[in-house]
Ligand binder design. Structure first.
Ligand code: C5P
Length: 222
């Protein structure tokens, strides 16, 4: 598409929330807008990467120039990500639901005359970031996760990096008073093997540009 330091590189980006069905008309979701993931994909395209953009039902449109893969659930997202491998880098910006409804109904659940309410049993979703990070074969050279925390951001994110086995964690404080979740700005700390680097608060597109440049630097020329 364009010339740039990521020309010849394939990067997978996950973005948006996932929707986990309760029945054909209802689902469990979260407040992720997909803004940061879209901005990252766009910045990578600008630097010349081939980007597979795997997104749940986001509230912002996907960027131009990506290979778009629309998914609903965490399970679908995992399958689509794995099918998109191999990749030079993978960035997991999606807010994947931790749980799905066990035995989701194939028919709309009805109210009963007696006022009985349904009980939802939840089961854990696969951790896509951890699965890709810990692949024995075909692991992208650079695997990047996100950590949305409300407290002890660096400590929690550093532990998350170790637990998941990814190379970098982009950590941010999503406490309501920051206005970051659903907002246009982000303030992140990049955590790698050497420690934590605090980035100044900036627009999500500025953060994305800086991250894409850092990825290009880490991968070097193709
Ligand atoms: O454990 P936690 O959900 O806080 O981890 C966040 C990171 O893990 C994000 O990069 C997110 O995209 C990724 N993740 C994933 N699959 C899950 C849960 C989280 O890829 N099931």
């Amino acid at each position: 598409l364009t010339d740039g330091p990521l020309k010849g590189r394939h990067v997978i980006v996950t973005s948006g929330p996932t929707h986990e069905p309760i029945d054909p008309v209802r689902y469990i979701a979260n407040r992720s807008s997909g803004a940061q993931g879209s901005a990252i994909a766009e910045a990578l395209v600008r630097l010349g990467a081939r980007v597979t953009f795997v997104t749940g039902p986001a509230s912002v449109p996907p960027p131009a120039g990506v290979e778009l893969r629309l998914v609903e659930t965490a399970t679908q997202m995992k399958d689509v990500v794995e099918a998109a491998l191999p990749a030079d880098a993978a960035i997991f910006a999606a807010a994947v639901a931790d749980w799905r409804v066990e035995g989701a109904s194939n028919a709309k659940i009805k109210k009963t005359a007696t006022g009985d309410v349904p009980t939802l049993a939840l089961t854990e979703n696969p951790d896509i970031l951890a699965t890709v990070s810990q692949r024995a074969e075909g692991r992208p050279k650079l695997v990047i996760g996100f950590a949305a925390e409300t407290n002890d951001v660096v400590e929690n994110a550093t532990a998350k990096r170790a637990r998941k086995g990814c190379d970098w964690i982009v950590a941010n404080d999503v406490s309501p008073e920051t206005g970051i979740m659903g907002g246009t700005e982000n303030a992140v700390t990049l955590i790698d093997a050497d420690g934590a680097e605090v980035w100044p608060r900036a627009s999500k597109s500025e953060v994305a540009k800086r991250l894409a440049e850092r990825i290009a630097e880490a991968l070097g020329p193709a």
